[in-house]
Structures are given as structure tokens and as C-alpha cells.
Design a binder for this molecule. Structure first.
Ligand code: AHM
Ligand code: MG
Length: 352
């Protein structure tokens, strides 16, 4: 029988050590280091709740809805509360915003009286893909960090409306067979695995790199009849395989948990897309710019990939609403460029 894998060597690089090295290198501030440590600690707590599953009585609906009109799972609410509580008193935030809350919250409304206030804004999707919880499929927490504009002491929703290029950090934690934190502070994308016995995150992949080319795509094909012409043509050409214009066979994977799909793409390449379709056209798309698309785009670009709405670089989109939705194409650079080409060609052929 094979031996169990040994615990990480004492020289293994912990998340704390990685962050201290980034701070010493002048790439992050002490407050940003603290912020990321606090988010990571909250993710460990969420990981424990997710891992208990039915034994913890945490599965099923909460019986409430969020601002998006979506039914909340008990774990959506638990994960949101864990992140709020963890970040309230550290003194590193000016405010936070969540996919599950109607409006952003200035830290002065959350922290105990007299607590210091920091200069960062934290945005998160506490438990993305939560429709997968009850069937024991990977879910995750996604987060994005912005600077609070100068001179603003009590930030409102409008102060969060900064393009993705303004992010100072972004990441996700995936609660799968292992719990992993994937992080960027603008100096590459790195993966940390939770050592459950020790209770800490350990650096397991430094500098994730997405292959430029791929033969794998991720999309919910059941929406095909609602797609717009450029998307119809693009996926049609992928499905045509070797005999089609792309000249190669493609494979398809769709977990329906963005964190799990993006983690696969960061690990072995691929393209993830949630395009505009007739069902979500009024909302502008399905996925949220501030809580999902921007942080994932930052991680993907830092790993050598690309991220687009199909018509513009994702991180250059100027947000006009905290809960704004967008079409998403991200992953292997050449394949994202190909998807964009289908949109450009379509737009050029259609009279304005
Ligand atoms: P959520 O934030 O309400 O969980 O929705 C986002 C999720 C993504 O994780 C995933 O890519 C997508 O919705 C799945 O959509 P679909 O159910 O259409 O397959
Ligand atoms: Mg989500």
C-alpha cells in the first residue's frame, strides 16, 4: 500500500511568509497584508462550514432572497456573515460590498465604536456557485480589493465604481477536494493549499501560467438557442472540430461553479464564457463585473491569459452600478482573442 503524502516540509512557504516577502519588496502595504490574511482566515472558517455539509445542518435554502432576486442558500448567508465579522474590526478597510447585500457598508457601520478605519475597499461573492452546494460540488469565495478614493471617509456605492485595472489584489478560495486560495497582488498568480492539520495555507504553485492555446471550452450549452449570432458562430465552429474552420477537435467542461471552472483553466488552460443571451440581455449578462468578472480577470491576466466582454478588455470596463453584470470570455490568450474576433467580425458586418 502506498504511504500517505508527508506534511509540507518546514521550509514550505506559508501564505503569511509570502505576504511578508511581498511587503518587504514594497509591493503591498502592511494593511493590505492584514486584509488578505483576514480574508484567508474567513475562508478557512467557510471551508469548515462547507465541509461539514449535512452534518452541520448548513445545506438547503435560507428562505431569503438577495438583491439580484436569487434565492439564498443557508451557506450563502453564513459565508457572508463570516466575511463581514472577520473584516469589521481589523482597521484595514474603509468599507465592503457583497454580491449578497443590497448596498456597500462603510466600516463605521460595522466596526465596534472607536475602531480605526483603513484605506481599502473589499468586494466579495461569499459563496459563488452555491446552487452546487446541495449536490456536493466545489463552490468558492471570490474577492477583489480596491483603494478608497482620497478624501473619502465614509464610502458609498459610487466609490466602488472603479475599473478592474484599479484592483490592488484579487483572489478566490475553492472548497473542493482540497481547499485552495489563489491570489494576485499584481505580481503573478499564486496558489496556496490549505494544510488542514496545521490550519494554514501553503504555497503550492508559484506563478501559475495559462497555456496560450487550448482545445477545451466551458459554456452552458443549454442556453444555445438564446445566444447572439457571434456566439452561435463561435461555438458552432468549435463543435465542428477537425473538419471545421478551426481545424481541431475541442473538448467541453462545465462545472457551473465559476471558481471551479476558472481553477481548471488556470491549471491547464481553456476558455470560460458566459455570453450575453436573450434571457439575460436586459441585465447586461449573467455574471457580476465587480464580484466575479474583474477579480477573475485580474488573476487570469496575471497568469498570462486574457479576459474580455467579447468586445472590450474586461478590466477596462467602467462600472456604473455595484451589481452590474457583463458577458465574460476568459482564459487561454489565443482562444479569447479568437472569440473576440467573432464579435468584431459580426459587428463590422452589421450596419450600425
Ligand atoms: P451565483 O453567484 O449566484 O452562484 O451565480 C454564478 C454562477 C457561476 O459560478 C457559474 O459560472 C454560473 O453561475 C452558472 O450558471 P448556469 O446555472 O447558467 O450554468
Ligand atoms: Mg457568484
Amino acid at each position: 500500500m502506498s504511504q500517505p503524502a508527508p506534511n509540507p516540509a518546514p521550509s514550505a512557504i506559508s501564505l503569511t511568509r509570502y505576504l511578508i516577502e511581498e511587503q518587504r519588496g514594497g509591493r503591498i502595504s502592511a494593511d493590505l497584508r492584514l486584509l488578505i490574511e483576514v480574508v484567508a482566515r474567513a475562508c478557512k472558517t467557510i471551508s469548515i462550514a462547507v465541509g461539514k455539509g449535512a452534518l452541520g445542518g448548513v445545506l438547503g435554502d435560507a428562505g431569503t432572497g438577495n438583491i439580484q432576486g436569487e434565492a439564498q442558500k443557508k451557506l450563502d448567508v453564513i459565508a457572508n456573515d463570516v466575511l463581514l465579522e472577520a473584516n469589521a474590526w481589523g482597521g484595514h478597510l474603509a468599507g465592503l460590498a457583497s454580491e449578497e447585500m443590497d448596498h456597500s457598508q462603510p466600516i463605521s457601520d460595522l466596526a465596534p465604536d472607536g475602531s480605526p478605519r483603513g484605506n481599502y475597499l473589499l468586494l466579495f461573492d461569499p459563496l459563488d456557485g452555491s446552487s452546487n452546494i446541495d449536490v456536493n460540488i466545489s463552490v468558492g469565495t471570490i474577492f477583489s480589493v480596491l483603494r478608497c478614493p482620497d478624501g473619502v471617509t465614509t464610502p458609498g456605492d459610487e466609490h466602488y465604481l472603479q475599473p478592474g485595472t484599479a484592483q490592488v489584489a484579487a483572489g478566490y478560495c475553492t472548497y473542493g477536494p482540497s481547499t485552495m486560495l489563489v491570489l494576485t497582488v499584481g505580481n503573478g498568480t499564486h496558489a496556496f493549499t490549505l494544510d488542514r492539520e496545521v490550519g494554514g495555507f501553503v504555497l503550492t504553485t508559484r506563478g501559475m501560467m495559462i497555456p496560450e492555446e487550448t482545445k477545451e471550452f466551458a459554456v452552458n450549452v443549454s442556453n444555445q438557442r438564446y445566444w447572439q449570432p457571434p456566439m452561435q458562430r463561435y461555438i458552432g465552429d468549435l463543435l465542428a472540430g477537425k473538419e471545421g474552420p478551426r481545424g481541431k477537435d475541442f473538448n467541453m467542461r462545465w462545472v457551473a461553479s465559476m471558481v471551479a471552472d476558472v481553477h481548471r483553466i488556470l491549471t491547464r488552460g481553456g476558455i470560460f464564457s458566459y455570453p450575453l443571451d436573450a434571457k439575460c440581455i436586459d441585465k447586461g449578462g449573467k455574471l457580476r463585473l465587480m464580484y466575479e468578472a474583474n477579480p477573475m480577470s485580474f488573476l487570469v491576466e496575471q497568469a498570462g491569459g486574457a479576459a474580455s466582454t467579447g468586445r472590450a478588455r474586461m478590466m477596462e470596463v467602467q462600472p456604473h452600478h455595484l451589481h452590474q453584470r457583463v458577458p465574460v470570455f476568459l482564459g487561454s490568450k489565443r482562444e479569447v482573442e479568437a472569440a473576440v474576433r467573432y464579435h468584431v467580425e459580426h459587428d463590422a458586418a452589421v450596419p450600425a
